[in-house]
Design a protein around this ligand. Structure first.
Ligand SMILES: *Cc1c(COP(=O)(O)O)cnc(C)c1O
Length: 389
């Protein structure tokens, strides 16, 4: 039989570092252990009812059953532009500076196909959401990794990027509030990124998936709030985390017109837009009652407080997050990320994500997702207390 040799782009994929922990999880589950999964960044709460109702109404309407427009319904793009104005004070032209996405992951993954030629350099943070590097590989590009270190507030040190690399680079990915470190950035940092982009002619891709998931009154800024940002980049956004809509697959990209149009040109040759009924539900999410978002923030803030206090009581160190539903916890003496994650799973039935799985500088940390209710989190803390870490 002819062998199905995979294309080099798949052969070049980095090793999947969560394989070992996935295998152990199966093993522990098979033993009948009551597992508490703090691994996945997927909200445990349902989509708010008024959004579901909007989908139900829209799905009954045959005009929504046909191919949608590639870039998104006009009303969806107008809604996004209006929201950017109100939330961030950023003006956007709905016709040319907004494109709908089938989840922001889709847009991030396709973006390098529009601007990266084989051999081109992309500046990619590490540890990070894996899609930035993999999308770069799929486009034939090369990642230059920017380490996110605690000593630098988990921001990339732009001055540490060698001049020739900076000049060669075509695209830079950044993400604040950040997954996995939960760090936040201010507009001063974004200003420096704009300056860097202008000096070195780099397109900035800011992943803003968590701007609405922030606590204690803190409202994370958009990259596009920085002066001149729209000259150099775009921002990826998502309804997934804000409205518990990860399964619905809806997001959008906004910003520089050429960047948006380039992404749109790739997309129009791959997908045929997002289901209109889901777009109409998305419009309801953005324009409807926002008390569900405030409730979501309060739920995660309470979970955060419970866990930060509990983890500190047993001697674990972490910076309490201002945003995101992740805790980036330092691994105690005598462990690696993997050995701690393995011990937590085998002895306490707790699934956490070893930090090195997001990139080498993540070694020495584990990521805990606050995607279980308080009762389960309290149970997780009880189990941790008996472990003598
Ligand atoms: C969850 C997440 C997203 C959102 O992905 P969608 O495809 O919109 O569901 C994007 N970026 C990061 C860093 C995330 O953690």
């Amino acid at each position: 039989m002819k062998t199905f040799n995979r294309a080099e782009r798949l052969a070049k994929l980095p090793p999947y570092l969560f394989k070992e922990i996935d295998r152990k999880k199966e093993e522990v589950m098979a033993r009948g252990v009551d597992i508490i999964d703090l691994g996945v960044g997927d909200p445990d709460l349902p989509t708010p009812a008024h959004i579901i109702d909007a989908l139900k109404r829209a799905v009954e309407d045959p005009t929504n059953h046909r191919y949608p427009s590639y870039s998104g319904m006009k009303l969806f793009r107008q809604t996004v532009a209006k929201w950017y104005g109100e939330r961030f004070g950023v003006g956007l032209d709905p016709a040319s500076e907004v494109v709908i996405l089938i989840g922001s992951k889709e847009g991030i993954a396709h973006f390098p196909l529009a601007f990266i030629n084989p051999g081109d350099t992309v500046l990619v943070p590490t540890p990070a959401y894996p899609v930035y590097h993999i999308a770069t590989l799929f486009a034939g590009g090369q990642s230059f990794f920017m380490p996110l270190l605690e000593t630098n507030g988990f921001l990339p040190d732009l001055d540490a990027i060698p001049g020739d690399v900076a000049d060669r680079a075509k695209v830079m990915f950044i993400n604040y509030p950040n997954n996995p470190t939960s760090a936040v950035a201010d507009t001063t940092f974004f200003d420096r990124v704009v300056e860097f982009a202008k000096t070195h002619e780099v397109i900035i891709c800011h992943d803003a998936a968590y701007t609405e998931m922030a606590f204690d009154g803190f409202r994370p800024p958009s990259f596009l709030e920085a002066k001149g940002a729209k000259d150099v980049g775009l921002e990826f956004h998502s309804l997934s985390k804000t409205y518990n809509m990860t399964g619905w697959r809806i997001g959008f990209a906004v910003g520089n017109q050429e960047a948006i149009q380039g992404l749109g040109a790739v997309k129009s040759n791959i997908d045929s837009g997002a289901f209109q009924a889901i777009q109409l539900a998305g419009i309801e999410a953005i324009t409807g009652d926002q008390s569900c978002v405030e409730e979501m923030r309060q739920i995660y803030a309470r979970r955060r407080d419970l866990m930060v206090q509990g983890l500190r009581e047993i001697g674990l160190e972490l910076i309490p997050p201002k945003a995101t539903f992740y805790l980036w916890v330092r691994v105690p003496e005598g462990y690696t990320s993997a050995s701690l994650a393995t011990r937590l799973l085998e002895e306490a039935g707790l699934v956490v994500t070893p930090g090195n799985g997001f990139g080498e500088p993540g070694e020495g940390y584990i990521r805990i997702a606050l995607t279980q209710n308080r009762q389960r989190l309290a149970e997780a803390l009880e189990r941790l207390k008996t472990m003598n870490l």
